[in-house]
Design a protein around this ligand. Structure first.
Ligand SMILES: NC(=O)c1ccc[n+]([C@@H]2O[C@H](COP(=O)([O-])OP(=O)(O)OC[C@H]3O[C@@H](n4cnc5c(N)ncnc54)[C@H](OP(=O)(O)O)[C@@H]3O)[C@@H](O)[C@H]2O)c1
Length: 435
């Protein structure tokens, strides 16, 4: 009879209970696939009396999650508490110190301490599994690390946050239906539907997507996880007006995480993007996530699926457990194409791309000439200009798209435009990505 792989689960919330249910429901299948049983033997959570909808019979309950890391019957600690510090970090560090494997869905923990945890895992010769930390149910870590291992990867980009994608999709659909809804009303709806937290800032300010991008960068390029090097902007400033102009110009607005192996350094950025409506990723809507990998042999490959939820996230957690059960222990972050190079700390200074710019101006003669002069002075060349509606003496939107320009020049031009007394609101800018 083969030895079972024995699991201790810390955190019995959405994901923890999903993992327990999966291990029970698919126990026979998992044993057939790995050649040994995978059994939960111990758990820890805050409230012992809470009804979680799954049976805890036969499981050893630990009041302090850190006890799982020292539990003699536990081979793998599964950390599903969350947060980059406190108990989740302490538990993860002690797991390796005590010779346990660690599986976690905790992107915040990995984004801030992934490099140190990967070192600890290597020194302890134990596995650090984190498939569930990036894009939930999409097996993107495995795909990049194993399935695309033969490729030189130039870049990876994706929709990494379901809350933001839900909001962008709902705003887009409302504009298309002629009933434009603003950001706040769609956010409120997302909260009522359970797609956004009561405090939504980690999602809508791009931080959650940036956590995942920092991890993806290390998977792809082999450099240490460096969350501080990610340029992060959220979606709070994306308006229904901008989405309407995007539709008119043939674009969709999405919050993307983008990592690229540049000449000098790896660049990582999270911000709203305009992408051609015909790009495959433009059609990934609602709470779904998607990741596109660009490889020198495969070309471009899109991976799409549910980025959150009990079932999909448990599926990813258990994929890591299956690796461990099969004895497939590998370095957390493989050495990659970028070798030892580190992510650039300020990737946007040197960013070169096209830009969408929206200005709210007084409708009177000479206004456009003043704006054009500001752009000309910074050598930013205009590709197209839109002005909808005439309202002499009143406020009207003017939209410009630029040819490729360096971001520092665009930023200087926008600062000059903002100083014009005919421009009455701060200019809005969205980067256009040519996928
Ligand atoms: N939810 C998703 O779809 C999803 C997707 C991908 C990744 N993740 C990640 O997975 C992790 C868990 O997320 P979740 O959605 O399952 O969170 P959750 O529903 O809020 O569950 C967190 C659990 O941690 C427990 N907990 C809190 N403090 C604790 C402590 N000091 N000791 C022991 N247990 C403690 C809570 O206990 P009580 O229940 O007893 O209060 C709760 O059961 C997070 O890192 C999250 O980012 C989640």
């Amino acid at each position: 009879m083969p030895e079972p792989l024995r699991i201790g689960i810390a955190g019995l919330g959405t994901v923890g209970c999903g993992v327990l249910a999966l291990l029970r429901d698919n126990a026979t299948l998992l044993e057939q696939r790995t050649g040994r049983p995978i059994e939960a033997v111990a758990v820890s959570s805050r409230d012992r009396g809470k009804d979680r909808g799954v049976s805890l019979d036969g499981l050893d309950w630990c009041d302090d999650a850190r006890a799982l890391a020292a539990h003699p019957a536990v081979d793998v600690v599964v950390e599903l508490i969350g947060g980059s510090e406190g108990i989740a970090r302490a538990l993860s560090e002690t797991a390796f110190a005590n010779g346990k494997h660690l599986v976690t869905a905790n992107k915040a923990l990995l984004a801030h301490h992934g490099a140190a945890l990967a070192d600890a895992a290597r020194q302890a010769d134990r596995h650090l599994g984190y498939e569930a930390a990036v894009a939930g149910g999409i097996p993107i870590v495995k795909a990049l690390r194993e399935g695309l291992a033969g490729n030189r990867i130039g870049g990876v980009y994706g929709i990494l946050n379901g809350t933001c994608n839900y909001i962008m999709t709902a705003m887009h659909e409302s504009v298309q239906a002629g009933q434009a809804r603003d950001f706040d009303s769609v956010l409120q709806e997302a909260q009522e539907l359970g797609y956004a937290e009561a405090d939504p800032s980690t999602d809508i300010d791009g931080i959650d997507a940036a956590h995942k991008l920092a991890i993806l960068t290390s998977v792809v390029f082999g450099c240490p996880v460096d969350f501080a090097a990610v340029h992060v902007e959220g979606i709070r400033h994306v308006s229904a007006l901008d989405i309407g102009f995007a539709i008119e110009l043939g674009y969709r607005v999405k919050l993307l995480g983008i990592t690229r192996d540049g000449e000098a350094a790896v660049t990582q950025r999270v911000h709203p993007c305009m992408i051609r409506e015909t790009a495959p990723i433009a059609r990934v809507d609602g709470v779904f996530n998607a990741v596109v990998a660009e490889g020198d042999r495969i070309g471009s490959a899109l991976f799409e699926g549910p980025g959150a939820g009990a079932g999909p996230t448990a599926s990813a957690v258990v994929a890591d457990l299956v690796d461990i059960a099969r004895g497939q222990i590998m370095p957390a972050f493989p050495a990659g194409a970028a070798g030892t190079s580190r992510p650039a700390a300020k990737p946007m200074d040197h960013h070169v791309g096209a830009y969408y710019i929206r200005l709210m101006v007084v409708d009177k003669p000479g206004v456009i000439a003043g704006i054009a002069a500001c752009l000309r002075d910074e050598q930013v060349s205009v590709e197209a200009m839109l002005q909808r509606g005439r309202n002499p003496g009143e406020l009207v939107p003017v939209v410009l798209t630029t040819h490729e320009a360096q971001e520092s020049a665009v930023v200087s031009a926008l600062a000059a435009i903002d100083r014009l007394d005919t421009v009455l609101e701060p200019p809005r800018m969205i980067r256009i990505e040519a996928f």
